[in-house]
Ligand binder design. Structure first.
Ligand code: NAD
Length: 277
């Protein structure tokens, strides 16, 4: 029987553990405040920001919102970040992406102090991950490692194939699997024989941004399949990069969309915020 990995339940468990840790740290006089910056009012970003603030409230930490108008200049945004970097009361800073097109995302990511970079996107955070040092890890791949851990799936010595090489998901995912002693292959849009490479995987992580592209032909019997993709289809339903119905009977475990990887991202953001406390 295929195990359906329940990201909702696992993320709830993590948030409950964090809530206890926050209470313990508060009793020692420590505190945390997450600054959440949103530029413009993209409705999806507003929902994400709202969910992040709700999660902060749930685990018992403060969040401060900075809602900046769409026409905010890059320099104005950098000024806000500088101020928050210097503010000892702020322990984590998050700029909700994407930012409007007139602002350079990389410049913004690089301006956040690596000590407050709870999204784990700063090159210093990525570098630390690369050489196995302590630092903030990008939340979605960190959440996938927790899903594997809580589901009792050992990575050591396994053939791991990651499809997608983005800085936010694919690359840090590969590094985390490597750190856990997986034998890691990274695939991308120029990979030849994708089906053949993917179907070598004991653990297949799919982060390509193409609805239901991965079907049973890409999956080895008994593989663990982690679907990072999330797409709203014309019928209003959500689906992933994996064709769940065609793959589910072939694998040993799979994450559904919704309710798989998605809920883990915010839980791991909270994990990063608490670790900076
Ligand atoms: P991205 O567009 O930055 O990267 C996609 C990657 O897939 C690229 O490296 C590209 O080379 C590769 N790719 C594209 N087409 C391919 C093909 N035909 N064959 C092989 N590789 C191909 O995307 P991303 O930011 O990494 O996100 C990937 C998906 O995950 C998206 O659907 C996104 O919405 C979703 N996502 C979900 C969460 C979450 O919390 N659940 C977080 C981040 C991203």
């Amino acid at each position: 029987m295929t195990a359906i990995i329940d990201g909702k339940a696992i993320s709830q468990k993590i948030k409950d553990e964090l809530k206890e840790e926050v209470a313990r740290k508060k009793a020692q006089g420590r505190s945390a405040t997450l600054a959440v910056i949103q530029v413009g009012n993209d409705p999806a970003s507003t929902v994400y920001v709202g969910n992040k603030k709700k999660a902060c409230a749930y685990i018992g930490i403060e969040s401060e919102s900075f809602e900046l108008p769409e026409e905010t200049t890059q320099d104005e945004l950098l000024e806000v970040i500088d101020r928050l970097n210097d503010d000892p009361g702020i322990t984590g800073i998050l700029v909700q992406l994407p930012v409007p097109a007139h602002i350079d995302e990389d410049t913004i990511i690089r301006r956040i102090s690596p000590l407050k970079d709870v999204d784990g996107f700063h090159p210093m955070s990525v570098g630390a991950l690369c050489i196995g040092e302590k630092g903030f890890v990008s939340c979605t791949p960190a959440g996938i490692m927790k899903l594997l851990e809580y589901s009792g799936i050992d990575v050591s010595g396994k053939e791991c194939v990651v499809i997608g090489r983005s800085n936010i998901v694919g690359k840090p995912m590969s590094l985390l699997l490597l750190r856990a002693n997986g034998t890691v292959t990274i695939c991308h849009s120029k990979t030849k024989n994708l089906k053949e490479v993917a179907s070598r995987a004991d653990i297949l992580v799919v982060a390509i941004g193409r609805p239901r592209m991965i079907n049973e032909e890409y999956v080895k019997d008994g593989a663990v399949v982690i679907d990072v993709g999330i797409h709203r289809m014309e019928d209003g339903k959500l689906c992933g990069d994996v064709d769940f119905d065609r793959v589910k009977d072939k694998c040993s475990a799979i994450t559904p969309v919704p309710g798989g990887v998605g809920p883990m991202t915010i839980a791991m953001l909270m994990y990063n915020v608490v670790s900076a406390m």
